[in-house]
Design a protein around this ligand. Sequence first.
Ligand SMILES: [Zn+2]
Length: 299
Amino acid sequence: MRYGFDIGGTKIEMAAFDDRLNQVFCQRVNTPTADYQQFLDCVKTLVAQADMTLHTRGSIGIGLPGVTDPISHKQLSVNVPCLSGHCLGDDLANTLDRPVTIENDCRCFALSEASTEQTRAHDIVFGVIIGTGAGGGLVLNRHLYKGKNGLAGEWGHTPISAQLVQRYDLPLFACSCGLSGCFERYVSGRGLMALSQHFHHQATSVPDLLTHYRQGCPLAQRLIAMYIDILASALASLQLMLDVDAFVFGGGLSNIAEIYQLLPQAMRGWLFAHSQPAAILPPVYGDSSGVRGAALLDG
Ligand SMILES: [Zn+2]
C-alpha cells in the first residue's frame, strides 16, 4: 500500500493507493502552518488512521511546494512557514517509524501524469505546470529524474530568448527567484496578466482576457498569440534538449482549450523543419495528481 500526501498552504490531502493504483482511502484536513510539532502530529494522526483502517503499514511519499537542501536536508517552504529550516524528511521518518520521501509538488504531478494510460507509449514525459507559477518535472521511463540539486524540470526559471524580446519588444520582468526574464514571468497566470497590462489591455483577469479573445478583440488576439508563441519557445527548447515524447499540462492555465489547439503549430516555428512537436496533452488526474504522484515516489 502506498500513501501519498499533497501538502498545500491551506489543506493537506492524504490518499492511500493499492498495488494497482486504485485510491482506497482519502482524508483532507487543514494544514497547521504556524507550529512545526503540530504539523508533525497532524501527519502522524493521518498515517495512524490509514494504517488502522487498512490494516497495513503504507509507504510514505510527500509532495509540497518549495525545495529541500540536498546537503543539509533542511526545507524551504513559503506556503507552510513552520517547515522552513527543519529537516522535515528525517523528522517525519522518526515520527512515523518508516522511510519518507519528499518531493516538490510539480515533480509529483509530472510523475503521476507520466504513469497513465495516455502516456503509456511515451518514454520521455515532461510535466508542465502553468498556474500562479510555472514549474515542471521530467520523467524518464516512469521514473522521476531529479538531478544533482533536485531541480530538474525547473524550466520556468530559464530565460526567454533574445528572439522573443525582439519580436514582441518585451520588457525583462524581474523574477522572485532573483533572476530576470524568467519564462515564469510571462507564461504563468500572473505573467499573462503582466503582458496584458504592459500592452495596455483592460482585462482584469485571465478568464476576462480569454473572453475578449474569443469575442474577437484584436489586442486580446495579439496577446494570446504572443503568449502561445512564448510558451511554444520554452517547450521547443526543452524538446531540442531532451527530445521529449509528450508534454502533459497542469495548473490553472492548463484548462485553456486553445493551448492544445495552437501550441503544436506554434512549436514548429521553433524546431528544426523536419522534427515533429511532442504530443501536447491535457492532464488525466489534474489536481488529484499531487497525492497520486507523491504515492508513486520511490525514494
Ligand atoms: Zn525566476
